[in-house]
Design a protein. Structure first.
Length: 77
């Protein structure tokens, strides 16, 4: 996940405590397999009540959190 965020293999090597970059490459390969073709862009919606929240969940949105009195949901574009 850190590689996905930073795209810096040397940084990831350091924080994982690896001696060799080849060890870190295993995790980089996993990141690339997990995130191939997926965008980091989301559609974000807010639900003011339970009915709105249920409708968003039914169409594939995931719960993110609460801001003020609204429940926040997101779905990849």
């Amino acid at each position: 996940m850190e590689y996905h965020r930073t795209k810096d293999p040397m940084y990831v090597k350091k924080i994982l405590g690896h001696k060799y970059l080849s060890s870190t490459q295993t995790y980089i390969n996993l990141e690339q397999a997990l995130f191939t073709g997926e965008s980091d862009e989301f559609i974000v919606k807010a639900a003011e009540n339970q009915q709105e929240a249920v409708k968003l969940l039914e169409v594939g949105f995931e719960y993110v959190g609460k801001i003020h009195d609204a429940e926040i949901f997101r779905k990849r574009k």
